[in-house]
Design a protein around this ligand. Structure first.
Ligand code: SF4
Length: 420
């Protein structure tokens, strides 16, 4: 029997929430990756009173509530707290993701503010409609990285960053070379021109690509803003890319805290946010964690409940991830989250196991080395399948399958034997 997988069509937002089986999904895109302690308190209260009692961190540094019963009410409160734009057009403009590694007012922060303003003004659905151009696809996004490019592997369409020599850089898609500009405004102008070009040029290909990297093999932008820039190529021995920030203290940057499976217990978040001064910036990283730099942070960390927070880089729970799974997702055949946490200690230090309630692989981690997923066998029975994941984060064919009712030891043995 083949599983019927239902695919949803767009990325949820506050103005365009997505209906899931367990209620509405509402996503907040933090402005410059930052949410104040007071705003986190509100998010936690909303999760506790009007949604599931977990706040999800996404792999692009967004925050989402699931199981929301009254999305309009929630949206009104998010707007009042300045977590969401007051008009739908600004909320539906392409996302501008931002590194959490900046100092308020520095060049990276200024670049992110300029880019965010330009994107709303010139790339929102209404702004494009005025030029008779269709809105950009929902997954099209821009990114402002830190000078060390910690977010280089994030799949944004346009990457901008401030170089060590204070120049401004723009890379298209996942290209290894980039354009350099003397001024931030020139880099922002070039990014907007490329996005406008993509919005028109994608229509010349069938089917129209939804990401810039899908168009670049067929079309190249020939734009005044790019012609005026200096082109630079990555040097072959340029060293290894900057690593994701792991939980723990990072000198000069603050403390990184993660939550098991990237889902923060709302009551635990409320307590942390209430302990910190209201204006404290709690930044959201693209690694499903938070970065906090506040006075006496060590004592706040010491008071955190380890059941809800991960503050050490060797915590085995960092080696697993899971989709929503049963009982909240009606397509799920297994309780993926509980299973992932139960198996975490069996996963080797340099591996990452993703557990999926069906073969749709929602929220599959880009760094997953193996996946354990459920499917139905020929007789309708539920099977657990183990697969390796390739470099493009695609699960291969099952290496082995067993009945999901097998004892946990058998499942652990399977993972161990397959080196997943
Ligand atoms: S992968 Fe998980 S969350 Fe996605 S549809 Fe399947 S069971 Fe549901």
């Amino acid at each position: 029997m083949t599983d019927a997988i239902q695919v949803q069509g767009w990325c949820p937002s506050a103005w365009q929430p997505m209906r899931a089986q367990d209620g509405w999904m509402v996503r907040v895109r933090p402005h410059c990756a930052s949410i104040s302690a007071a705003q986190w308190r509100l998010l936690a209260q909303l999760a506790l009173s009007q949604a599931h009692s977990q706040i999800e961190l996404t792999r692009l540094g967004n925050v989402q509530l699931r199981g929301v019963s009254e999305p309009q009410q929630v949206r009104s409160q998010l707007i009042a707290a300045q977590l969401v734009p007051v008009d739908a057009d600004a909320d539906l403009a392409p996302a501008v993701h931002c590194t959490p590694l900046y100092r308020s007012g520095d060049a990276t922060h200024a670049l992110a503010l300029w880019l965010s303003a330009a994107v709303v003004e010139r790339l929102s659905p209404h702004a494009l409609a005025r030029q008779a151009v269709a809105a950009l696809p929902g997954k099209f996004g821009l990114l402002v990285d830190d000078p060390d490019r910690h977010m280089q592997s994030i799949a944004a369409d346009l990457h901008l960053w401030v170089a060590a020599d204070q120049g401004y850089c723009l890379a298209l898609g996942d290209a290894a070379d980039w354009y350099c500009f003397a001024h931030a405004q020139d880099a922002v102008e070039a990014a907007v021109q490329v996005a406008l070009w993509f919005a028109s040029a994608r229509a010349t290909i069938t089917p129209a690509p939804t990401r810039l990297r899908g168009l670049l093999p067929y079309r190249q932008p020939d734009l005044p803003a790019l012609r005026a820039a200096q082109r630079r190529a990555a040097v072959a021995d340029g060293g290894s890319p900057a690593q994701a920030l792991s939980p723990g203290q990072h000198a000069g940057q603050g403390w990184v805290m993660a939550a098991p499976l990237g889902r923060i217990d709302a009551a635990a978040m409320h307590q942390l946010a209430s302990d910190l001064p209201a204006h404290t910036a709690i930044r959201v990283t693209a690694w499903r964690s938070l970065l906090v730099d506040a006075p006496a942070m060590e004592s706040h960390i010491a008071r955190l409940d380890p059941a809800h927070w991960i503050t050490q880089p060797d915590d085995v729970r960092l080696r697993v991830s899971a989709c929503t799974g049963a009982p909240r997702c009606t397509q799920a055949l297994i309780p993926a989250q509980a299973m992932a946490l139960a198996l975490a200690a069996q996963v080797a230090e340099n591996k990452h196991l993703h557990v999926s309630g069906c073969a749709k692989f929602c929220a599959l981690a880009a760094d997953a080395s193996g996946v354990l997923y459920a499917s139905r066998g020929a007789g309708g029975e539920v099977l657990l399948n183990a697969s390796a994941v390739d470099q493009r984060a695609r699960p291969g064919p099952p290496i082995s399958s067993l009945a999901h009712t097998e004892a946990p030891e058998k499942i652990q043995e399977l993972l161990h034997d397959l080196h997943l």
